[in-house]
Ligand binder design. Structure first.
Ligand code: Q46
Ligand code: ZN
Ligand code: ZN
Length: 318
């Protein structure tokens, strides 16, 4: 097996490109594909400051590493979710990555700063864990980006993630979600720009990238993901990809090129009036934003951690 670029010994085959690569040229491929997405979808301008949402997993650490390699000023933001050992280990991986490379990692912790964690808070607020978790992450990443004046928030969503979400949206014909399923969401109404630079890379690519770069990432999946429909969509798409390399890429990128625009009118939010949340000041379509409402319900039934009292008081007074 020879590298398609230098004809030296290849270490990986990328079937959807019908090519093999040595480690150097595979790294270059990953960076080139990311740069191509950034350019194609106008995600960033040269010199932009980016806040990377870091979980300690392969995708978020890979996107941080690649953005730095491409010359962007990228800092990390890690949110402690309080999901037992998973959160402890993920935080270790994120911190170690930053420390070893002298990078800035901003951290917050749901329990310490806001008085609830995903496990107990979601139960108390009568929400499924992933809903409470996703809402908290979106809100606090946005807040951190606004506070720090970053040009965009980057997440590590890859091709497998986006194709699986697309499959779920198509299976249920969720046209509103289809109208919003883009690799970049422009800043508007006080919300920061959101970008997904890894949409041209698969999960296998980001794992291989980390391995070659010596990035020690958290391999375990979040225990709350068990039973998540997107895992079965990913498995189904992997079967299809196996028989027909490139099918996943075609499914997602042809949707973006040929269909996404048709669902744009179904995406709500464009006409909803946005004003600052009465409690935290974040942009919201209600008097109190969804995160503050969640925090109120979650903390009402969860014993408040000592360290949380300062932040809770601060939040109520704002
Ligand atoms: S971290 Fe959070 Fe995921 Fe865990 S609780 Fe669900 S949403 S599965 S990306
Ligand atoms: Zn090569
Ligand atoms: Zn709020």
């Amino acid at each position: 097996m020879k590298c398609q670029v230098c004809r030296g010994p290849a270490i990986i085959d990328v079937r959807r490109h019908n090519a093999n690569f040595c480690s150097d040229h595979f790294l270059r491929l990953c960076r080139d594909q990311t740069a191509k997405s950034i350019k194609q979808f106008e995600m960033l301008e040269p010199g932009d400051r980016v806040l990377v949402a870091v979980s300690g997993g392969k995708d978020s650490l890979a996107v941080w590493d690649i953005l730095l390699a491409l010359g962007y000023e990228a800092e990390g933001f890690y949110l402690g979710l309080g999901i037992g050992d998973y959160s402890d280990t993920s935080s270790d991986h994120a911190r170690r990555f930053a420390e070893e490379r002298g990078l800035t990692l901003h951290t917050e912790d749901l329990l310490r700063e806001y008085g609830f964690d995903v496990t107990h808070g979601s139960r108390a607020a009568n929400r499924v864990p992933c809903s409470a978790c996703g809402l908290s992450k979106r809100h606090l990443f946005d807040e951190a980006a606004r506070r720090g004046g970053y040009d965009a928030v980057a997440t590590g969503h890859n091709l497998d993630d986006e194709a699986a979400v697309l499959m779920g949206n198509v299976l249920h014909w969720q046209t509103e979600y289809l109208g919003r399923q883009l690799p970049v969401l422009e800043a508007r109404n006080g919300f920061p720009k959101k970008i997904k630079p890894l949409v041209r890379l698969s999960e296998r690519d980001t794992a291989a990238y980390c391995l070659i770069r010596g990035i020690d990432y958290l391999v375990d999946e979040c225990p709350m993901a068990v039973g998540n429909k997107h895992l079965s969509y990913k498995a189904a798409l992997n079967d299809i990809e196996n028989d027909s390399p490139g099918a996943k890429h075609a499914f997602y990128f042809k949707f973006l090129a040929q269909a996404a625009e048709r669902f744009r009118p179904d995406a709500t939010g464009e006409t909803v009036e946005i004003s600052p949340c009465e409690r935290c000041g974040a942009p919201s379509s209600n008097e109190i934003c969804a995160f503050c409402a969640l925090a109120e319900r979650a903390t009402a039934a969860v014993p408040i951690h000592m360290g949380a009292t300062r932040s809770r008081r601060k939040r109520v007074n704002r």
